[in-house]
Each structure stands twice: as C-alpha cells, then as structure tokens.
Design a protein around this ligand. Structure first.
Ligand SMILES: C[S@@+](CC[C@H](N)C(=O)[O-])C[C@H]1O[C@@H](n2cnc3c(N)ncnc32)[C@H](O)[C@@H]1O
Length: 310
C-alpha cells in the first residue's frame, strides 16, 4: 500500500502527450509521490530506462519503501533537476526520448509538519525541498533586508501588499514559526480585500519565500534549457506548472527554443538567428478537466505545456 497522500495532477494528459513506447528512455524530473513514474514504467517496460529525480530525499525514500520492486528496475537520483545533463552523463546516457516534470510541491511535503511549507501548522521556518541545502526560510524571513523581502514577495508572489507585508515582518522580527509568520501576513492585508479572496491571505507570500529558499525559477530555467538539449529528435518535453510565474518561464523558454533564439529569454526582441530546436505542441496550455478539478482542487491552477524536439 502506497503511503503517499499526493494525488497526481494531469497524469493522463502528460502520459498521452509523451508518446511513450516500450524500450524508451524517459526522465521523470519530479518523482514526488511516484504517480507519473509508475505510469511511465508500465508503458516503457520491459526494455526501457526510467530515470526519476527528486530534490527531496524523503520522497525518494518513501517511493523506494512503497515500490521496492519497481525502484530496483529504475534509476532514482537525489538531485536538482537543473543538473539533468550531469545526471544523464553519470549514467552514460546521451539522449532521452521524453522528459516530464510536475513542478512545485507534493501534498506529502505540504502537510508534513516538520517542513515549514504550510501556514496551517506551527512549524519551524524551513521550506527547503532539499534538506541538505543551507538557505532556509528562517534566514530569508529574519535576515533579509526589508527591501529584499519586498522584492521577492512582489516578484515571486505577485502580491499587491508586498510592501506592507515586508514592513510588518521586519517590525516583528525575530519571527519564530510559520503560524506567527502567517498571522503577520494576514494582519497586513485589509479586511475588505481578505473578504473577497478565494485563497488564504498568506498563500502568495509563503509561495514567494519558498521560491526564494529553493531558487526555483533559476533552477527551472536551467532545467528547461538543458532538458531540450538532451532530448532525442521527436522526443517530447511536458511540463506542468502551478502559478503564473512558473508558467511564464516555461512559455518563454519553450518559445525561445522554437524560434531558435539563444538570447536571454527575458528580452522582448530576438537579435540572433539560430535553427529552431523544438516545435510547440500546445499552442495554448492544457488545463485540467472539470472532473479532475472537482475531485482534486489542488489541480485547479495546473497548466501543461509540451514541446517536441526537431
Ligand atoms: C508536484 S510533486 C510531483 C508529483 C508526481 N508527479 C506524482 O505524480 O506523484 C513535485 C516534486 O518535485 C520535487 N521538486 C521540485 N523542484 C525540484 C527540483 N528543482 N529538482 C528536483 N526535484 C524537484 C519536489 O520535491 C516534489 O517531490
């Protein structure tokens, strides 16, 4: 019996778009609860090679315990997906037929009380996906300047009240735990705004701090670029993202590679003229079906984008 509480999001769509066949070599860049990995395994085995990556050692240990027989037949790597090129080189693999990634956190991480991801619990301020990394939420919250805090909350959380939230965090330092942090954020947002919000008022700020702690967008940019480079001709790269900041990075890097542009993807105009590396399969991102959103509300903001290597 699997011990994961995570319900996979858009798994059928990702599997279908990946065009899997027996014997293929596939990377699941975000093992999590193993939902995608198990489906890929069924389709490429026997004869296939499956590499499953996760930055979180707890997710890996849980999968190895729950699916020991399958775990023996695949390559499970504890690493950041931005190291995809090195991971494959170490395994003597040059090219892969498909890459899938399901970004962000699993429910197992969110609801675990010792990880500090949730504003519902009274936890230490941690938020590291990889527990071996040095930077924690405690450092971001208690040691960053007020200006730095404002910037990350605005940039990564898209939070309108970033300035006042950062000011109040600064004023209440030291912030000891997630519950206190959440209460500072809640008190910073006007009641008339909170009454209209569909999400918890601390959602965006927690997301922003987590993204800073894990340098999520930096790793994502490297992963997307390197992933396209290691993909075999006709191979598919499928990415599910959960908020506009992530989706924008996926869209821009996929589009830049479809144009053959090696300029910085944040530049509005391309000044180079290279050969396109990919074809965009999903002109618009695919959204979860109504039924999936009804059964799993966590899926509501999911967006799937897919490219095919040329
Ligand atoms: C949404 S879950 C994946 C769920 C999985 N697809 C399933 O069906 O069970 C995301 C996972 O990706 C991992 N992760 C997030 N960012 C990562 C990164 N930069 N490198 C490696 N793993 C990462 C997280 O630790 C988490 O376990």
């Amino acid at each position: 019996m699997a011990s994961t509480k995570h319900v996979s999001v858009m798994c059928n769509e990702v599997i279908e778009m990946s065009k899997l066949k027996k014997g293929m070599t596939v990377v699941d860049a975000t093992l999590g609860g193993g939902g995608y990995t198990l489906e890929i395994y069924k389709r490429i085995m026997p004869g296939g090679t499956l590499i499953a990556i996760d930055a979180d050692i707890t997710a890996i240990k849980q999968f190895e315990k729950d699916y020991s027989e399958i775990a023996k037949n695949i390559q499970i790597v504890h690493s950041n997906y931005s190291h995809i090129r090195k991971i494959l080189k170490d395994l003597n693999i040059e090219r892969v037929n498909a890459i899938v990634a399901d970004l962000g956190l699993s429910s197992d991480q969110i609801y675990k009380t010792d990880r500090g991801f949730s504003f519902m619990n009274e936890d230490r301020l941690d938020m590291r996906m990889n527990q071996f990394n040095k930077l924690t939420a405690n450092f971001v919250v208690n040691d960053y300047s007020q200006e730095e805090l404002t910037r990350i909350i605005k940039e990564f959380g898209d939070e309108k009240f970033a300035t006042v939230i950062a000011k109040n965090i600064y004023k209440h330092r030291p912030v000891q735990n997630t519950k206190f942090l959440a209460s500072i954020i809640v008190d910073s947002i006007p009641d008339r705004v909170k009454r209209k919000q569909k999400i918890h008022p601390a959602t965006k700020t927690f997301q922003a701090i987590r993204m800073e702690v894990n340098k999520e967008l930096d790793h994502l940019k490297i992963f997307l670029t390197e992933g396209i480079n290691v993909l075999q001709k006709s191979g598919h790269f499928s990415v599910v993202s959960f908020h506009s900041g992530e989706d924008r990075v996926v869209k821009n890097i996929f589009r830049a590679n479809a144009r053959g542009c090696i300029c910085d993807v944040d530049m509005p105009i391309c000044v180079c003229n290279n050969r396109p590396k990919v074809r965009i399969v999903t002109k618009k991102p695919i959204k979860p079906k109504e039924k999936e959103i009804r059964n799993n509300s966590c899926s509501r903001s999911a967006r799937l984008r897919v490219v095919e290597k040329l």
